[in-house]
Design a binder for this molecule. Structure first.
Ligand SMILES: [Zn+2]
Ligand SMILES: [Zn+2]
Length: 648
């Protein structure tokens, strides 16, 4: 008896029946057998030790810090090792979820006392004991009764168990003595996990539900190489230094006050200047691309959101209704808007449209309101009142490619100006479930997106089947200065809302047609984007974004008038300049200016005052000072601002 599998290069291999992925690797070569940690069997990640089904497509997953599947099994296994170690330190600990995540893994524990930093050290030491020997991760199928007996003293596991559908197999994984209800897969044995680190512990509600019990979550990370682990730990250190909440406090950019409410941002003058610059920039870019600007209400009848589908599908993210007592309202319920799309559809629908009017590009930098769980809120990165640079394009199917192309060009302009590297993900039609629109509609839409991407000369990754039921989309991912990847702009095609709102235009054939709708936000939300930029630049914003661009420092009182007139000339040219004539030493005031990351400090002594010059200290140039006339400096600084240069 034999079985035959196909390999990624298209070749086939025949093995004895009952052979595992590990046997397959050995049959190919000892090098591959040694390097493999798991296998993709018909696209699903599996243990090396599992028997291969006849006819399967098999790709061996080898140790690599660049391969998401390889990291996934390693980190999932590291989570089990963490739980093994926690049980040694706290034998009674209940076990919640322990998944791998983008940058590492975590495990949730039901324990009486939160974990201290000393506990983490001890747990990590116990983990090293576990990984010092090669204890296999062994998989076993059990029936429900056996599983219930195995986890009888762990109510969290029993709750999970009860949710596994009757027809789904129940499996446990054991790395002696730790046993977990788990789907797997895992690396072959515990000694595979060599380069790991526990990072921190925090309270986390069971299943993210604030009405349930509080568990203690331990975060860690793991890699296949020491080098990758070191790089990640360095990145974490850098990220702490750059935390936008810390920089925001030091630079007085914004605050989030309990008394105002969680997730609600007060922008202070310095932060508001950054927001204002971003808005002006975006509006200017859009105006040059024939966008039109609209304003739509922040509250609207519930009926609008029922029609748009937000209430049936998105209600948990919306704030509860308010009662409208207005005349003729019939005491209808009104809601804060979670998105701008319904309002923009109403603008489109407000008058008859002809193909000659299309494309219609509507833009609104607007606040939307989302009832995010308080546990998920985080500084500027996740808030409840969001400012979106929102836009909706309405066009004919034939115009989709051109419109997408313009959106991509806009993304490129924004990313390049800010010095961010970026890439694109194209998500195509979902494989299962109900889709809006026939195959020919999807074929044309996906082809248009591909053509636009290719015409832009931009690289993109394909997420096949990753699109929403109502249309394909392009996501932008960008990297910050310390290598972290962020979700950026989204360009989403939508065949659904035009249906729901019965949007129409009269075509060349004199008949009514549905327009295609494109949702696009380039910055996403201004809150989050500002938070990310603050961390990317570590507060040292390029001149055009800097809240204060120039500080003028008279050496003594005798030069204050001269300093003020330099400042006034700068302000006249629209430069954000201030005089710092506090009765502190010059050294103190220079340090303060540097601490606030001011792009330019201008020192005015008696000689400069007499000659109409300034001694210029550019940010980052250390003690180097260049003396120039006030006029020369003005020309330089306005040029730097107008070109939105990243550095002097
Ligand atoms: Zn597991
Ligand atoms: Zn939208």
């Amino acid at each position: 008896m034999t079985l035959t599998v196909s390999l990624p290069d298209g070749s086939e291999r025949t093995l004895p029946a009952g052979a595992s992925a590990a046997d397959l690797a050995t049959s190919i070569g000892p090098g591959l057998a040694k390097a493999s940690v798991a296998a993709l069997v018909d696209g699903r990640l599996r243990d090396l030790s599992r028997t291969l089904p006849d006819g399967a497509r098999v790709a061996l997953v080898t140790r690599s810090d660049d391969h998401q599947d390889a990291l996934w099994v390693l980190r999932h296994s590291a989570a089990h090792v963490l739980a093994t170690a926690v049980r040694r330190v706290r034998p009674g600990a209940g076990i919640g979820f322990g998944p791998p995540i983008a940058e590492g893994f975590y495990y949730d524990f039901a324990v009486d006392e939160p974990f201290t930093p000393e506990d983490l050290e001890e747990i990590e030491a116990r983990m090293r004991e576990v990984t010092a020997t090669a204890t296999p991760f062994s998989r076993r199928r059990v029936d429900r009764a056996e599983a219930e007996a195995l986890f009888a003293d762990d109510p969290l596991k029993l709750e999970r168990l009860a949710e596994i559908p009757e027809d789904e197999p129940i499996t446990v994984y054991e790395n002696e003595p730790f046993l977990d209800l788990c789907r797997g897969p895992h690396v072959p044995a515990t000694n595979e996990i060599k380069h790991f680190k526990l990072l921190n512990a925090a309270g986390a509600y069971w299943r993210g539900d604030e009405n349930r019990q509080m568990l203690q979550r331990i975060y860690g990370t793991a890699f296949y190489t020491r080098k990758a682990l070191k790089a990640r730990l360095h990145q974490i250190e850098e990220a702490k230094k750059r935390d936008h909440r810390r920089i925001g406090e030091a630079m007085d950019l914004f605050s989030v006050e309990e008394e105002v409410g969680p997730g609600l941002v007060c922008w202070h003058p310095a932060g508001a200047r950054i927001q204002m610059e971003l808005r002006r920039w975006i509006e200017d870019l859009l105006a040059r691309r024939d966008y039109e600007f609209v304003y739509t209400p922040h509250i609207a009848n519930e009926a609008l959101f029922r029609r748009s589908g937000h209430l049936p599908n998105y209600a948990e993210n919306m704030f509860p209704p308010m009662v409208d007592r207005g005349p003729g309202s019939g005491a209808a319920a009104i809601r804060l808007k979670p998105m701008n799309c319904p309002g923009h559809c109403m603008v489109f629908a407000a008058r008859p449209r002809s193909y000659r009017d299309l494309p219609i590009r509507l833009s609104e930098i607007a606040n939307v309101y989302r009832n995010e769980r308080s546990g998920t809120l985080h500084g500027l990165l996740r808030v409840r009142m969001l400012t979106m640079d929102d836009g909706h394009l309405f066009c004919t199917p034939g115009q989709v490619e051109g419109e997408i192309f313009t959106c991509l060009e806009l993304v490129r302009t924004v990313m390049t100006t800010l010095g961010l590297s970026y890439r694109f993900d194209l998500s195509t039609r979902p494989h299962s479930g109900k889709r809006i629109g026939g195959d020919e509609v999807w074929d044309a839409a996906e082809a248009a997106l591909v053509q636009a991407l290719e015409r832009s000369g931009l690289d993109y990754d394909l997420d096949e089947g990753g699109g929403a039921f109502y249309g394909p989309k392009i996501d932008v991912k960008f990297r910050d200065a310390i290598g972290r990847e962020w979700q950026g702009a989204t360009i989403q095609l939508d065949f659904n809302l035009p249906e729901r709102f019965e949007l129409e235009y009269i075509g060349t054939d004199n008949r009514a047609h549905r327009p295609v709708m494109i949702h696009r936000a380039i910055l996403g939300t201004i809150e989050r984007f500002t938070g990310v930029l603050t961390e990317h630049f570590a507060g040292a914003f390029p001149l055009w974004l800097a809240p204060v661009q120039v500080r003028v420092l008279p050496i003594s009182d005798a030069q204050q008038d001269a300093a003020d007139s330099v400042r006034d000339a700068l302000r006249e040219a629209g430069i954000r300049a201030e005089t710092d004539a506090r009765s502190e030493t010059l050294g103190y005031r220079i340090r303060d200016g540097e601490l606030k990351k001011t792009p330019y400090l201008l020192i005015v002594g008696q000689r400069e005052a007499n000659e109409g010059s300034v001694a210029v200290r550019a940010r980052g140039a250390e003690k180097k000072q260049i003396v120039m006339t006030a006029g020369e400096f003005l020309a330089r600084v306005t040029d730097e601002r107008d070109s939105r240069a990243l550095a002097p």
